[in-house]
Design a protein around this ligand. Structure first.
Ligand code: SAJ
Length: 434
């Protein structure tokens, strides 16, 4: 059995390495020659726990080769990106290019699997027409399926093996051949369906999460207006056995949940109302955070006050800033405050980014927490009081402990609790915060 994997990013590379580890001869292909050179040198180009070690292990066994061109094989896995266009439609050009690239290498009996996240009907309307150019009888001489990736970065090697897998073939034989291949390392259940359903399953999972988070974000805004703490309310509601409300926050980032709902939307815009309003609700959260920050710390002139911003990554404990709401918030706040930014994971240079937490806090009038990194949960607020100029902390993700920060003398405000409520006015909270 020989496998050719097209696209060696966050999904393709671990998949190629995993198959090689399980006795399949694998040829990995990437159009970027730098990626191929690095891999041929035995070094991975992405950050993922355990992957470097696994690559070194399989390189020894000579089961794995890399190149910029595909080779003949018995099965092909396409795992290339599907970016989003300015108008929020999916860009499937890489899927088209990857499919075209394997056409000259296909032979009778080959299996083609698309793993990229794609809009519904991509297999039927985009991939199959390209494969038909081969003159092979599709479904009898060439077998085709969609098996979407659903693994969480940071836990790829565990989730690749343990998660259930969806396999959507264009016919039963395509599905069975695909399931047979993945059984080499997948311990979870393998569920067989048709190609379009498989495409939708992947999109629905991420859209469910987006809609649920939008509901939590809407509740956070209502909480501030009505006068209750949304975090406590959600915790209590989730005690019910059939309720699972996600967490509010400064917005939804990453290249999956902030993107995939649009792929459903483009397939039926007039019907996808809930999806559209949820996406918009989450996209507006950075504006909400900025307007709250301005209420909490009014500026008397441009950049007269200093704000320490903690976190740039789109979620905790990763270095990825794609679609990060924190980046949008920083961008907007820059014209109002002098920002001192700290993120222990992000390596990229950003204006105002500091190397240490202490440098970011030094002289700050307020602390704004945007990402739920573990390092922030572990901060001892007592060590910060002498560094900061002001004692206000605005926590957009309920990262730090309200009690310890208040005891250390900070005025703690979490997103989703009333800012201007009769109770706060009575207690002098607003005046104190200012
Ligand atoms: N977020 C919230 N509130 C929550 C949960 C998340 O505001 O309660 C935010 C995060 O902070 C982040 C964004 O949503 O900004 C997305 O984070 P995430 O952890 O929900 O998801 P991703 O994008 O890292 O990974 C998702 C996963 N999908 C599901 O859990 C259904 C993963 O399994 C998929 O493989 C991945 O998308 C993908 O590649 O599609």
């Amino acid at each position: 059995m020989k496998l050719c994997v097209i696209g060696l990013g966050y999904i393709g590379l671990p998949t190629a390495i995993m198959f090689a580890k399980h006795g399949v001869e694998v040829h990995g292909v990437d159009i970027n020659p730098d990626v191929v050179t690095k891999l041929l040198d035995g070094r991975i180009h992405i950050e993922e726990p355990g992957l470097q070690e696994m690559l070194e292990e399989v390189i020894q066994s000579k089961q794995l080769s890399f190149g910029v061109m595909p080779e003949q094989a018995d099965a092909f896995i396409i795992s290339v990106p599907t970016p989003i266009n300015e108008d929020k439609t999916a860009n499937v050009d890489y899927v088209i290019d990857a499919t075209n690239s394997i056409v000259p290498f296909l032979k009778k009996g080959d299996l083609i699997i698309l793993e990229s996240t794609v809009p519904p009907r991509t297999i039927e309307d985009v991939v199959i027409p390209i494969l038909e150019e081969t003159k092979f009888d599709i479904g009898k001489e060439l077998f085709v399926s969609h098996s979407p990736e659903r693994v969480l970065p940071g836990q790829l090697l565990v989730e690749l093996v343990q998660n259930d897998r969806i396999v959507g073939g264009i016919n039963q034989e395509s599905s069975e051949r695909t399931a047979e291949l993945y059984k080499r390392f997948v311990n979870g259940n393998i569920h067989i369906t048709d190609a379009t359903t498989a495409e939708m399953v992947k999109l629905m999972e991420n859209t469910y999460r987006d809609v649920n988070i939008a509901f939590a974000n809407e509740m956070a805004k209502i909480a501030e207006r009505v006068g209750f703490n949304v975090w406590e309310a959600i915790d209590l509601a989730n005690c019910h056995p059939r309720v699972n409300i996600h967490k509010p926050g400064p917005g939804v980032g990453g290249h999956c949940i902030a993107v995939d709902p649009w792929f459903i939307y483009e397939s039926a815009p007039s019907l996808a109302n809930l999806i559209h309003i949820s996406r918009t609700t989450n996209d507006e959260m950075p504006n909400f955070v900025v307007s709250q920050m301005k209420q909490l710390l009014p500026t008397e002139g441009k950049n007269t006050k200093k704000v320490a911003v903690l976190g740039l990554a789109f979620k905790g404990n990763i270095d990825d800033m794609r679609e990060s709401p924190a980046v949008e918030i920083v961008h907007q706040l820059q014209s109002h405050y002098d920002l001192q930014i700290f993120d222990p994971h992000v390596k990229e240079y950003i204006l105002g980014k500091k190397d240490t937490l202490a440098d970011a806090i030094e002289g700050a009038d307020a602390i704004l927490i945007l990402t739920d990194h573990n390092e922030f949960k572990q901060i001892d607020p007592k060590k910060l009081t002498s560094l900061a100029r002001g004692a206000l902390v605005f926590d957009t993700r309920r990262v730090v402990n309200h009690k310890t920060w208040t005891e250390a003398g900070f005025l703690y405000h979490v997103l989703g609790q009333p800012l201007i409520s009769p109770a706060n006015l009575r207690s002098g909270y607003i005046e104190a915060v200012r």
